[in-house]
Write a protein that binds this ligand. Sequence first.
Ligand SMILES: [Zn+2]
Length: 320
Amino acid sequence: MAAKPFASSADLGEKTETLEVLADGVYALTAEGDPNVGAIEGEDFLVAFEARATPVAARDWLAQLRKHTDKPVKYLVLSHYHAVRVLGASAYDAEVIVAHDNTRRLIEERGKQDWDSEFGRMPRLFREPDSIPGLTWPDMTFNDSMTIGLGGDRGDLVLQYCGRGHTAGDIVAWLPRQKVLFAGDLVEAEAALYTGDAFHTDWSTGTLDRVKAFGAETLVGGRGAVPRGRETVDAAIEQTRDFLLVMREKVGEVHARGGSLTDAFEATHTSLEPKFGAWPIFEHCLPFDVSRLWDELNGIDWPRIWTAERDREVWDELQG
Ligand SMILES: [Zn+2]
């Protein structure tokens, strides 16, 4: 078999971006499996959810959003620390950039390495990379939850930590009145999961239980279309859990019998491929995913830092 091109480095086809109005003043931009972003209107301000990979990519989204509202961005909420979600922040001119305490810690610890790693894995998302002024730093962080009153009869926006999951610091944004949940990368709708910095056990149990308990009727996941209706929302959450449970079962079996990382990768690939293989970033993510879970089973609690070099080593070992 010919070697697969590294991660998403050969994925160069532009995606169609669609702005969806989910409720009065509630917006999402989806992009056929590329990272989703969102925005929520307050009476006289905006809350933006996720920043995109570069200021130039962010400005494309803001140009679409500006057809609906010209309110200034007061809060920019970062669901987690990953480069393709945060490095476009300067385009928003936000008063306050908000994230979880652990997201600040992760940016301090590995922000630069993650930037280099993600740029190598997904170059297409880094539209005009020279427009990035540097790492994105949150102005305000919290550990459990934070509520933003939207004013008028718009209700509240609740930013909530649901436990360790896709990273140590994912937060979701919940609109109780509109029953819309922005779930970040904790839930993917028909896109493969990236779990290279994840906590598989926590994510597949208590964290997803807490996400499901909101009872959302509309959910914006990290990638993929927007599920609407309770059944469809719950199906997306359970499909995310299923991906994690298959990983835990297959990697766990190989680990328990003293097999190798390569055996674990092959077993997991074989099990997931029929259901998830055609979804965006499946081949890209799986080597990094299995490698992180292998570490977890070896008792490495805090995820090791991905660097451009380590990315290539793991790729060559498992997908080369
Ligand atoms: Zn992510």
